[in-house]
Design a protein around this ligand. Structure first.
Ligand SMILES: Cc1ncc(COP(=O)(O)O)c(C=O)c1O
Length: 369
């Protein structure tokens, strides 16, 4: 199989797996326990906290481990005060849009921040939403479908002047572009392990000490009371190791991805009528979402699968659903073009040969269709 769906998930790095194994086999003690194997587990969690903090330039004490990016996003939105006013962009991941809709249905106000045709939020849209005096604004740093990167640092600066709590879902940006919590200037930032060659089911929320976090899960006082529940030690250790590797290799990884994306997109543009979505936006170095009018994206995906290529028709959650991508809808992409969308997302194991093979196959498949 030629795997071209790294935005959906990544294969676990062998070094990550090796780092995790002792915590599944030998050091199984509860990290809250006072005896040796518990203390070893507890200390391993704190090492992981430091590794993740180092990757995103944040203090280790500001990292709360969660069961994944989805939970980190829920925890972030829980900082909305009662009967508060929340604003999110129209291109957020369902793990933001769905809890936001629930908040709206339970007595809060929800505003939407529009994007332009390239899936980019403008400062005009931010200034518009400020007029509504929101309590919390959530804007993703990089979009999972198009790869479009938002100017979160500038927006955070403006929003903070108006005393707004700012959250960013940085899950797709992590490990692909340099990321500094301090420089972004946000209050809350969500991360996920399985997008950076770590295990699934592990994530983190980075928080600013001035932001009141309301725990979603209550119980024990793990994670300083911000997230109750016995920690998934092996997964946290794996996330930490994956973060350490990402920090060490970031520039090589980015360079590798950029050069492959360039090769891919140059060749794609030779296909008649092909559109690369958000082409004018600054995008992640690994993400290309394309459409060809008259082609059914789901059908193309299946045909590619039969030929041994794994690609997506949008976000992993949207794949297989009848609905068109809300992201492309928000960008006002015409329905027939949006219906043809497929997303190719590259990773550190992608090779030049993979790209050449993919293009060759794609050209064969789209011609007779
Ligand atoms: C932008 C974004 N946010 C949130 C998530 C959810 O993360 P997780 O799968 O760790 O729950 C994803 C996963 O696809 C994502 O791409």
């Amino acid at each position: 199989m030629i795997y071209l769906d790294y935005n959906a998930t990544t294969p676990i790095d062998v070094n990550v797996l090796e780092a995790m194994l002792p915590f599944l086999k030998d050091f199984y003690g509860n990290p809250s326990a006072l005896y040796r194997s518990g203390r070893i587990a507890h200390s391993a969690i704190n090492t992981a906290r430091e590794q993740i903090a180092a990757l995103v330039d944040a203090p280790p004490s500001h990292v709360v481990f969660t069961s994944g990016g989805t939970e980190a996003n829920h925890l972030a939105l829980a900082s909305l005060p009662r009967q508060g006013r929340l604003a999110i962009s129209t291109i957020e991941h369902p793990s933001i849009t769905e809890p936001a809709i629930r908040l709206k249905n339970t007595g809060n106000v929800l505003d939407l921040i529009d994007v332009d045709n390239n899936g980019v939020i403008t400062s005009l849209a931010i200034n518009e939403v400020i007029k509504n005096k929101p309590d919390l604004v959530s804007i993703m740093l990089a979009n999972n479908e198009t790869g479009a990167i938002q100017d979160v640092a500038s927006f955070a600066q403006i929003l903070k002047e108006h005393k707004v709590i700012v959250h960013t879902d940085a899950i797709q940006a992590l490990g692909k572009i340099p990321l500094s919590f301090r420089q972004l200037g946000v209050h809350l930032m969500s991360l996920s392990s399985h997008k950076i060659y770590g295990p699934k089911g592990c994530g983190a929320l980075i928080f600013d000490k001035s932001t009141p976090i309301t725990p979603v899960l209550l119980g024990g006082d793990q994670e300083h009371g911000f997230r109750a529940g016995t920690e998934n030690v092996a997964a946290i250790v794996g996330f930490g190791k994956a973060a350490e590797l990402a920090k060490n290799d970031l520039s090589q990884r980015t360079e590798h991805l950029e050069s492959l994306k360039k090769l891919l997109e140059t060749d794609l543009m030779t296909i008649p009528n092909l559109t690369i979505f958000a082409q004018q936006a600054t995008r992640l170095p690994n993400t290309t979402q394309l459409g060809i009018p008259g082609i059914d994206g789901e059908m193309l995906l299946m045909k590619l699968d039969k030929k041994g290529f794994a690609v997506s028709s949008g976000s992993a959650c949207a794949s297989g659903s009848e609905n068109l991508s809300p992201v492309l809808g928000a960008m006002k992409i015409e329905e027939s073009l949006a219906k043809s969308a497929i997303r190719i997302s590259l990773g550190m194991h992608t090779t030049k040969t993979d790209i050449i093979e993919f293009i060759k196959q794609l050209k064969i498949l789209v011609n007779p269709l």
